[in-house]
Ligand binder design. Structure first.
Ligand SMILES: Nc1ncnc2c1ncn2[C@@H]1O[C@H](COP(=O)(O)OP(=O)(O)O)[C@@H](O)[C@H]1O
Ligand SMILES: [Mg+2]
Length: 288
């Protein structure tokens, strides 16, 4: 189900110069109605055959199973990875929520589950409106030009052909791609592709936008445009989730921060407090 849903991921692990960031923290304002409710969510991956580090093997290997595996005939052999282990929270219209945590803590899995790309193995997720995981990535086609992908992505987000045409120039300007928009996407660098995805997926003012490690791409100008776009979405009562490694980015863009640790929420609250606690934790762990 998730095989062709290329979600922007840890490749985008750039550090940002804090001076490049937009200044000030976003206005918190009044909380709107709930937009996303996650209730006791568990997500477990089943990896067939392979054995992953830190994973749980459900059954002890019997001699028979080993024998069958050697013959390549083992059908029930899988490893379980419990990526999200009982997560609950409520997001509101108008919030931008940063999701932080070390690699493998379950951030991407949580966002994919909210986007409906992964089924919960336990628990419930309610989303008001249509979630857009940054973004239309599942639909964009590498062999086609950026121009064609703007149309396809826009239609996938529910815009009409006319609406996409009207917003075309704005999307291209936002992406900063210039004439490269007429080249096939496969010629783009990861950063260029990420910028175009961001530009397309925010063109429709989504109800719930999720950005997984894609904000760090681009120059200071692109980041400032991104911040403004996120503020606009929040003002239109949307909800934005942002995964980023740069705590400065998180503080500049978010009204709330959730810290994920080994599949559970370790802390959820004020950006300054949560990022400070996370920083202390990572420092202490580095010393061990
Ligand atoms: N498609 C997958 N199949 C199996 N295990 C996965 C898959 N995706 C992620 N995992 C595992 O789930 C855990 C959480 O991963 P992930 O949600 O990507 O964390 P993060 O985004 O915080 O780095 C990790 O142990 C990771 O190895
Ligand atoms: Mg991730």
């Amino acid at each position: 189900m998730t095989s062709n849903a290329t979600v922007l991921d840890d490749e985008f692990d750039y550090e940002i110069d804090p001076e490049d960031l937009p200044q000030g923290t976003p206005e918190k304002g009044e909380l709107g109605d709930p937009s996303v409710i996650v209730d006791g969510l568990h997500v477990t991956y089943r990896v067939v055959g392979s054995k992953k580090r830190g994973a749980v093997t459900p059954h002890k290997d019997s001699i028979l199973r080993k024998f069958l595996r050697k013959g390549g005939a083992l059908t029930g052999g899988y490893t379980e990875v419990k990526a999200v282990k009982g997560v609950s929270f409520t997001a509101h219209h108008g919030e931008s929520i940063g999701v932080i945590g070390t690699n493998g803590s379950g951030k991407s899995t949580l966002l994919k589950a909210i986007a409906g790309l992964l089924a919960p193995s336990q628990g419930e997720i309610y989303v008001s409106g249509i979630p857009s995981l940054l973004g239309v990535s599942a639909v964009l086609m590498k062999d086609l030009t950026g121009e064609r992908n703007i149309m396809i992505g826009g239609l996938a987000l529910g815009l009409t052909r006319k609406e996409v045409e009207e917003r075309f120039d704005e999307i291209v300007d936002f992406s900063g791609l210039g004439d490269a928009i007429y080249l096939p996407m496969k010629t783009y660098s990861a950063g260029m592709g990420a910028r175009l995805r961001f530009a397309i997926s925010t063109a429709a003012t989504p109800d719930v936008l999720m950005i997984d490690e894609a904000l760090a791409t681009g120059d200071a100008g692109f980041r400032e445009r991104s911040r403004q776009r996120i503020d606009e979405i929040r003002e239109h009562a949307g909800t934005v989730f942002i995964v980023a490694h740069s705590l400065a980015t998180i503080k500049a863009m978010c009204t709330r921060v959730i810290w994920m640790d080994q599949g559970i929420i370790r802390m959820d609250g004020d950006p300054d407090e949560v990022t400070a606690a996370y920083r202390r934790y990572t420092k202490e762990n580095a010393r061990k």
